[in-house]
Ligand binder design. Structure first.
Ligand code: NDP
Ligand code: GDR
Length: 343
């Protein structure tokens, strides 16, 4: 029987890779999208098949995690076997500017969706996109046993979502899991996260379109993996015999400065000539170091990442150089401009 999945956040980086993965496994995929005044489906346009076509396997639905009633009607209508909750206000720096909105989407949004699962009576498995930001100030290496100490409104909202997911597992016997994912990037990464900001700047500087880029703290340490590999881990968590929480990480440790250096040198550039400091990119409270220990995922799910941070920087720089040559269409295998047949 064809399995059916619902992905919130399908228009984001991870949602697009997860949709590809599930379609390749024969799933019927449903995605939640927000109504915007412009099209916001660029990351998934290459997956488009006219919904009137009997071969269509991907369907989009308007909705927002702030609207609980909509979640109930959608779940009742779709009757998914698996729900992946990836939607969030996901930018840590922005969460200091918009703490209440972040709490509403990244925190309360999760309980709205869990309540919708309960109220609709749908029998499904539930994945929550938890984050290494929950560890915050607790020093590395971090694993499933590490205490949380969030350092931002975003991190605090994710801690709520983590615990409410665990509570629904225990209270209602729901197959609900937390994937505690460390930073993962790709050519589809949002342009304001530091890796993509750097690799786009490298491409523009190499092409002579820009001379410098402004960054904030170069000393923080992160464990950057490749997003396409991490969505496989999400899927494996929902195929396990028992619901459990897992860290996904590479175990590598790079500073932002290391990533800058690797990216600029890939294009034959000296970063010190092109990087300037702007305090506006600092956070009121910083997370100094996140380095994950994913041995539980390796042992129990057989998940191991292959792309390390240095390789990731090369992939992203090459993709952004290529994108500049081809008008930004690097992630679209077969571009199809459409409105997705949504209302
Ligand atoms: P993105 O920021 O790329 O995508 C976020 C998605 O959420 C977008 O599809 C966005 O829609 C959607 N969204 C935002 N607010 C709402 C809302 N109120 N209702 C419905 N949809 C909404 O994030 P990533 O793909 O990088 O991350 C996916 C998830 O994993 C997020 O929850 C993130 O916090 C978490 N995470 C990410 C990590 C990473 O390194 N990438 C690491 C750990 C956790 P739109 O396109 O319209 O803006
Ligand atoms: P992060 O990612 O906060 O780890 O959250 P981000 O790329 O925003 O920052 C990483 C580190 O780089 C430093 N930094 C800058 N960051 C940005 N965005 N812009 C800059 O100019 C800049 N200069 C330096 C930051 O201070 C920080 O230390 C990401 C998100 O995907 C979350 O949703 C996710 O949960 C975590 O990763 C794990």
């Amino acid at each position: 029987m064809t399995k059916r999945a619902l992905i919130t956040g399908i228009t984001g980086q991870d949602g697009s890779y997860l949709a590809e993965l599930l379609l390749s496994k024969g799933y019927e995929v449903h995605g939640l999208i927000r109504r915007a005044s412009t099209f916001n489906t660029a990351r998934i346009d290459h997956l488009y098949v006219d919904p009137h076509d009997p071969e269509a396997k991907l369907f989009l639905h308007y909705g927002d995690l702030s609207d609980g009633a909509r979640m109930v009607t959608l779940l009742s209508e779709i009757q998914p076997d698996e729900v992946y909750n990836l939607a969030a206000q996901s930018h840590v720096r922005v969460s200091f500017d918009e703490p209440e909105h972040t709490a509403d989407t990244t925190g309360t949004g999760t309980v709205r969706l869990l309540e919708a699962v309960r109220l609709s009576g749908v029998h499904c498995r539930f994945y929550q996109a938890s984050s290494s930001e929950m560890f915050g100030a607790t020093p590395p290496p971090q694993n499933e046993e590490t205490p949380f100490y969030p350092r931002s409104p975003y991190g605090a909202a994710k801690v709520y979502s983590y615990w409410i997911t665990k509570n629904y597992r225990e209270a209602y016997d729901l197959f609900a899991v937390n994937g505690i994912l460390f930073n993962h990037e790709s050519p589809r990464r949002g342009e304001t996260f530091v890796t993509r900001k750097i690799t786009r700047a490298v491409a523009a500087i190499a092409a002579g379109k820009q001379d410098h880029v402004y960054l904030g703290n170069l000393d923080s340490v992160r464990d950057w993996g490749y997003a396409a590999e991490y969505v496989e881990g999400m899927w494996r968590m929902l195929q396990a015999d028992e619901p459990d929480d897992f860290v996904l990480a590479t175990g590598g440790s790079f500073t932002v400065r290391d990533f800058v250096e690797a990216s600029f040198s890939r294009a034959g550039l000296d970063w010190e000539k092109h990087v300037r400091f702007d305090e506006r990119y600092l956070r009121p409270t910083e997370v100094d170091a996140l380095v994950g220990d994913a041995s539980k995922a390796k042992d129990k799910l057989g998940w191991t990442p292959e792309v390390d941070t240095a390789e990731l920087a090369r992939i992203m720089v090459d993709a952004d150089i290529e994108a500049l040559r081809h008008d930004g269409s690097h992630w679209i295998d077969s571009p199809k401009l459409s409105s997705w047949g949504t209302k």
